[in-house]
Design a binder for this molecule. Structure first.
Ligand code: NCD
Length: 348
């Protein structure tokens, strides 16, 4: 399957659905100027600490700039075209990118594989060349194959943003998560030394991979908790702690990030029953109470309520799940702004 993917190795899945191997690591391209951002945002590993903080700080400024306005729009990207190229179902990510681009006054084209020439067999490359001919300044790409946005970036002149590729990465999700963590745990400051627990289907999660890369860049101590069957081959080489015991990992932690159990990517049985999974790896009120007093609960959505998280916790006081959605728009505005303008103007 798929295209060459990067750093933490996306899962290759055999026809029976079991994980077979990880893809070889790609070199992460960094520029000499620590503050420079990459041309494309394909992996959270493309960002060094200064680059990541620049995006988070720009998002805060954009948030402030828009907060007081009657018309919640800035003229910054007027005349630019952003194409949302979605080969996989998505609600919040596509709408989030669309809103972000519109709030910066860009023209937005939503292109979904369903109902397009893709269903007539058009290849990703031909689609890319068509978008190129139409003058897309940025292409936001979601694709079921790991590495597809990276391939796309070699065919178009515009900036490519990975909006989730297979089991590989979802860098803007990690950025919005970091933005949310920072707002609650270290307003305007550093997340260095904070402790975040990521729980669940790590094997199939591009959200987990991007978060591990970004949070470790930001100095966060990450603990992964999952049943052994839902941990990728090679996880012991990641810059994280790994445990199977959720309760002990949660004690005193600053935040917990629950992952969706990705049934659509599971061919075989990865755990005995849903009840059994919920009992060992689900977040209920008792477990949420083990976090630090100010501890927060994150979930990228969509949630399987009653499986990885109980409704009481999802809707409870420590939950920032709805806020994550709002922060997603702000952070994606920052990414579009910085990539498309080079961040030279003050835009906000
Ligand atoms: C995530 C995704 O698509 O990777 N969702 C999202 O972007 N909001 C997580 C998931 O689907 O579990």
């Amino acid at each position: 399957m798929g295209y060459a993917a990067g750093s933490l190795g996306a899962v290759s899945t055999s026809t029976d659905g079991s994980a077979t191997s990880t893809d070889p690591p790609d070199a992460i391209v960094r520029t000499d100027d620590a503050k420079a951002l990459p041309r494309h945002l394909l992996s959270a590993g493309d960002l060094d600490r200064a680059g990541a903080l620049r995006i988070l700080d720009t998002a805060s400024r954009l948030d402030q700039a828009i907060a007081g306005r009657e018309v919640r729009k800035l003229p910054t990207l007027r005349g630019r075209t952003v194409v949302n190229l979605f080969y996989e179902d998505s609600t919040r990510t596509r709408i989030s990118f669309e809103l972000a681009a519109k709030r910066l006054s860009a023209d937005v084209i939503n292109f979904s594989a369903k109902g397009s020439s893709v269903s007539k067999g058009e290849s990703l490359k031909d689609t890319a060349l068509t978008l190129q001919a139409m003058g897309a300044d940025a292409v936001v790409c979601r694709h079921p194959s790991s590495g597809a946005p990276a391939r796309l970036s070699s065919w178009v002149d515009g900036h490519v943003i990975n909006a989730g590729d297979g089991t590989h990465e979802h860098p803007t999700q990690a950025l919005l998560d970091a933005y949310t963590l920072r707002r609650h745990l270290a307003p305007g400051g550093s997340l260095e030394g904070r402790r975040v627990v990521i729980v669940g289907d790590v094997l199939h999660s591009r959200v987990a991979r991007s978060n591990v890369l970004l949070l470790s860049t930001l100095g966060v101590e990450v603990t992964l908790v999952a049943p052994p069957t839902l941990l990728p081959v090679g996880v012991r080489t990641w810059p994280v702690q790994v445990t199977y015991d959720l309760d002990s990992a949660l004690v005193g932690a600053d935040a917990v990030m629950m992952l969706r159990v990705q049934r659509e990517r599971m061919g075989g049985a990865f755990f005995p029953t849903e009840r059994e999974y919920a009992r060992s790896y689900g977040l209920d009120s008792r477990r949420a109470g083990l976090l630090a007093r100010y501890g927060i609960v994150l979930h990228p959505g969509p949630m399987n309520r009653g499986m990885e998280i109980t409704p009481q916790v999802a809707d409870g006081a420590g939950s920032v799940i709805v806020e994550q959605v709002a922060n997603g728009v702000t952070v994606r505005m920052a990414v579009l702004y910085l990539l498309l303008t080079g961040g030279l103007g003050d835009g906000a």
